[in-house]
Design a protein around this ligand. Sequence first.
Ligand SMILES: C=C1C[C@]23C[C@@]1(O)CC[C@H]2[C@@]12CC[C@H](O)[C@@](C)(C(=O)O1)[C@H]2[C@@H]3C(=O)O
Ligand SMILES: O=C(O)CCC(=O)C(=O)O
Ligand SMILES: [Fe+2]
Length: 349
Amino acid sequence: MVAPSAAAGRDMAPESLPLGIIPTVDMSAPSGRGELARRLVRACAERGFFKAVNHGVPPRVSARLDAATSAFFARPAPVKQAAGPPDPLGYGSRNIGANGDVGELEYLILHAQPAAVARKAMVIDAEDPSRFSVAVNEYVDAVRRLACRVLDLLGEGLGLGDPTSLSRFVSAVVDSDSVLRINHYPTSSAAADVSAKGIGFGEHTDPQILSLLRANDVDGLQVLLPDARGGSGGDQWVQVPADPSAFFINVGDALQALTNGRLVSIRHRVMASTTRPRLSTIYFAAPPLDARIAALPETVVAGAARRYRTFTWAEYKKAMYALRLSHNRLDLFHADASSGGSGDKKHDI
Ligand SMILES: C=C1C[C@]23C[C@@]1(O)CC[C@H]2[C@@]12CC[C@H](O)[C@@](C)(C(=O)O1)[C@H]2[C@@H]3C(=O)O
Ligand SMILES: O=C(O)CCC(=O)C(=O)O
Ligand SMILES: [Fe+2]
């Protein structure tokens, strides 16, 4: 499918979003907190995705992390391989997950928790492990704060009785199951293995609550937007123009379930660049393993059915690791799906 270019993002107008426009949200709230909360809800309900500017993560914190991760990817292959294979955390190359997915990239997945980062840093930067740990922990702190702020605003915009109900899932430091992933896409060449077919990272939704992505100035990220005309043209892959100063934030499967489908987990992918390498860093804000994921009562419209059965994050992860990248894994937890279903076929939205 050919990817049309998205129009340059602008701060959103109050009416509904034109197709192809990447919603851009100014997190400094020039129009007030209430308006910011409404804009975030609309972006996450209509697109499942937005570009955050003036987000408050200090540029020096991002620059320090980028320097540390770029230095790692520049090291000889055997040094990098010592931090792998991904189990599922650690260094990996070309293989994504354990079920046969491949992409034109190498990556590092870290448990976003200080003790785990310190252990991995001993292999990643044996010369000065604390240099790596400090860069990662500072970044994780800043981006976790941003995730909580977005979730609190979404809680307000959704009219939750306790607006912190969403951020509380991801605010823990020690019990956190959040992960930091750094993807390095070298330039793809004609000689690249045909099995990856120019795909940097194949289409998927993110399983967690919220994903916060920052990348260098190399394009490649695409999001799948629904056909506005309602049928004939089909969904469209839309290119997201690169902006290294912004965060691209998307709803994950768990947040879709927590809001009974009101906020949507968007499908996205990365196309490999033929000209310059892409470096992206994604913080996946996740609940603790024993957290119960069930639609918050305020998101279940009166008389409507609950779309998903209750599950723990550990249960969801088990299912996710057993499946291919492109699988629509939330379907397995649909209330109508086999066991555990309510039998009520009515949909609330
Ligand atoms: C094929 C897979 C890779 C993945 C685990 C999975 O079995 C299905 C979900 C994939 C994904 C996508 C978002 C994140 O990049 C990721 C770290 C995650 O949490 O789910 C990856 C997993 C991975 O690469 O291990
Ligand atoms: O590397 C990117 O830009 C996005 C990758 C992605 O979607 C992911 O790792 O889940
Ligand atoms: Fe993703």
